[in-house]
Design a protein around this ligand. Structure first.
Ligand SMILES: Nc1ncnc2c1ncn2[C@@H]1O[C@H](COP(=O)(O)OP(=O)(O)OP(=O)(O)O)[C@@H](O)[C@H]1O
Ligand SMILES: [Mg+2]
Length: 700
């Protein structure tokens, strides 16, 4: 065990060997996973302790077994093999670590990076608190010296000193606020950068299983953390610095009364803490309700076209009203707890100084203290000054819980395992375009039927291959695997003989041009959209790509040509125009591999003809994969892969498939059957030359 701990420490882990009982395992919580020693001398990893109606169960992983093999043991069976030794290990993160989980520690670490600024404001605050004693001295001197002795000179001096202190105090205060603003803004920039960066690294599967509204509202919690830092943490902590000055002065004036003040504040803090669990629970529910409401808003705005088309206004409105009502209910429930808390706190807070003063007054009347009127006033002022920061700490506890909730929410998004291959250490060799799939199988997470099963395929560099098959047969999935969008597939995928897992993902994806049926266009001009992947491109490059994609013709007819603004999602363009821009965008970077997934589905025959005519030029020197329901567009490809429910049904050229593959022949006849019987149907002729077009009903 000691040896193991040493190795762990040498590799940047914190490690603590321990002996434990079964009952203690359940309490490990976040300390898991941990290593346990077996009586046989081997080791296993406790991944998790689960509670079940039959008692706790431990989930063990054997480092020697397959990565996803787990062992579930109950108490008796674990006792039989485990000798009680546990090694607790935890990864030690540096503040600068990219892989560090997002948490309070990280946030604090970011702030502490500006330690010189923090030192400055701490010093400033000490000064300010020293000045804060000034009014007390002022009153005290006024009562002790000025008034009893009628000393006008002292009064003048006092007033001058006081004005000086006020001016200095104001300047220092302004500076302090300025520095706090800077520190928080810097932390905010780092947080924003970090969170956005982590979000971009998440695998596509995450976004397909989490709604946009949930993701955006969760990441929006950053605002709450900023508010917490800006309004609560710094204010309170810096005011807290005053305590270093005030509390000794307080004790200097009177020890018993100071103890009374401290005890009172402690009582208020405890009362505050008593409300905390309920307050947190309510707050969590409120945040959840707010988030659902926001998600619904985002979803409705996002799907507005469908909402209008299907006349879903009433449904969306009803759902919205329900969500608003739920949020309101939760807000009231939360407000009620807050309200009760304030109702209890307020009298306590106002009673404390009065109690202190009353006790002081009794002490003076009893004559057993060196207290006089002026000390009494000084003490009352000091009590007020001390209570503020102390009670501020109580409020900080409350806000801290809220901020921790926000941090956990953000962490639930950004701490999701990132895509592999983004570390910048992958292979960066330029692709030549040979693609090899060896016994590839893939199942989407959470599904039982494989989307791809036993696919073997070799696509030589520079060839054009079509993929056909019924809807849902796995065509798109193949292209997603080639882009490295999913890591957990079976078999091997290689580009130029190199496993794609070894490539740098960014490099890989920028070497593959992909056009989807509904490619997303960003807000900006057409020129910016086409050139988006290569900011250094010239207008000539953009025009050339547009020409190749058959888009130049319509772009030039637009009043502002390439400078036409496209709205988000390109609502002001037709489906076919959008597709051609997307094709031009994919061609601009001159990728070695081009994937067209139903990329021409929205094109009219004329535009498709332009594109088909260009395809030879487009395909020149590239590997092209075309997925199309219109088999006619694949006739000239070097090979066509027919997929059936994720399995390869046949592979060959058009003529071979027509002869050998029944599925292909069926698909072909369904689409082109009329070609055989094109003698014309008298009833479907359109009459021309009469000035208007009429369609006569089909003959019975
Ligand atoms: N993100 C996803 N999560 C879960 N299952 C998915 C996902 N995407 C696709 N599938 C499933 O995988 C199978 C293959 O889907 P795929 O999109 O590859 O089909 P396709 O051949 O491209 O169909 P189409 O011609 O309609 O585009 C389908 O059964 C589908 O339900
Ligand atoms: Mg598809």
């Amino acid at each position: 065990m000691a040896q193991l701990a040493k190795i762990a420490r040498a590799n940047g882990f914190r490690a603590a060997p321990a002996r434990m009982q079964w009952d203690q395992l359940a309490g490990l919580g976040k300390a898991l996973p941990a290593i346990v020693r077996l009586r046989s001398g081997g080791y296993m990893v406790i991944a998790e302790v689960r509670t079940s109606p039959q008692g706790d169960l431990v989930i063990l992983r054997d480092p020697l077994a397959a990565p996803d093999a787990v062992l579930v043991l109950d108490e008796a069976r674990l006792r039989a093999v485990w000798d009680g030794a546990v090694l607790l290990v935890k990864r030690q993160h540096k503040v600068s670590d990219a892989g560090q989980p997002f948490g309070m520690r990280w946030v604090v670490g970011q702030i502490l990076r500006d330690s010189h600024l923090i030192r400055d404001i701490l010093l400033g605050s000490l000064f300010i608190s020293a000045f804060a004693v000034a009014p007390i001295i002022y009153w005290s001197l006024l009562f002790r010296i000025v008034l009893p002795r009628n000393s006008l000179d002292t009064l003048n001096l006092l007033v001058a000193g006081f004005v000086f202190v006020v001016v200095f105090d104001t300047i220092l205060g302004a500076m302090r606020r300025h520095i706090i603003l800077h520190i928080v803004s810097k932390a905010d920039i780092r947080m924003g950068h970090h969170v956005f960066d982590r979000m971009l690294r998440l695998p596509i599967g995450f976004f397909e299983t989490t709604s946009t509204g949930q993701v955006t509202s969760k990441l929006g919690e950053i605002g709450r953390i900023r508010g917490f830092l800006l309004n609560s943490v710094f204010g309170t902590l810096l005011d807290g610095v005053c305590l270093i000055v005030f509390i000794p002065v307080l004790f200097f004036v009177s020890t018993p009364l100071s103890l009374l003040v401290l005890a009172g504040c402690a009582a208020i803090l405890l009362a505050n803490l008593a409300f905390m669990p309920e307050l947190n629970r309510r707050h969590e529910r409120l945040v959840r309700a707010e988030r659902d409401q926001y998600s619904h808003l985002v979803e409705t705005v996002h799907g507005m076209r469908t909402v209008k088309t299907l006349a879903l206004d009433a449904r969306q409105r009803t759902l919205w009203d329900l969500l608003v009502a739920r949020t309101a209910r939760e807000r009231i429930a939360f407000g009620r707890v807050q309200n009760s808390m304030k109702t209890v706190m307020a009298p306590l807070e106002s009673l404390l100084p009065i109690t202190v003063l009353t006790v002081a007054a009794y002490m003076i009347l009893g004559g057993d203290s060196p207290f006089d009127m002026s000390s009494l006033i000084a003490f009352a002022l000091l009590t007020g000054r001390t209570m503020g920061p102390l009670l501020g700490i109580a409020k900080l506890v409350e806000r801290y819980h809220e901020a921790r909730g926000s941090i956990a929410t953000i962490a639930s998004v950004v701490d999701h395992p990132a895509e592999e291959g983004l570390s910048g250490t992958g292979v960066l060799t330029p692709l030549k375009g040979t693609i090899e799939l060896m016994d590839v199988g893939f199942r989407y997470p959470g599904t039982v039927v494989p989307a791809i099963d036993g696919l073997d395929l070799l696509i030589p560099s520079g060839s054009t291959i079509g993929i056909v098959g019924r809807s849902g047969s796995g065509k798109t999935t193949v292209t997603r695997l080639l882009q490295g969008l999913h890591a957990d597939y079976g078999g091997l995928i290689k580009f130029d003989g190199i496993d794609i897992r070894q490539f740098d993902l960014t490099h890989l994806r920028s070497s593959i041009g992909v056009v989807l049926q509904d490619s997303f266009l960003f807000r900006g001009t057409i020129r910016e959209n086409i050139g988006i992947a290569k900011p250094s491109c010239t207008l000539e490059d953009v025009a050339a790509a547009a020409r190749l994609a058959g888009a130049e013709e319509f772009i030039e007819r637009l009043p502002r040509g390439f400078d036409t603004m496209i709205e988000e999602g390109a609502a002001n363009l037709s489906g076919g125009q959008r597709q051609r821009i997307a094709i031009a965008r994919a061609l601009l970077t001159n990728p070695r591999i081009l994937i067209l997934d139903e990329a021409t589905s929205a094109l009219d025959p004329e535009s498709e003809a332009i594109l088909s005519a260009n395809l030879k030029r487009i395909a020149f020197g590239r590997t092209v994969i075309i997925i199309s329901h219109r088999l006619a567009s694949l006739v000239s490809s070097d090979a066509i892969l027919v997929l059936e429910r994720g399995r390869p049904a046949a592979l060959g050229r058009h003529q071979e498939l027509l002869a050998d593959c029944r599925l292909y022949r069926d698909l072909w006849t369904q689409q082109n059957g009329h070609l055989g019987q094109q003698n014309g149907h008298p009833g479907q002729e359109t009459s021309r030359g009469t000035g208007y077009v009429s369609i006569s009903p089909p003959a019975a």
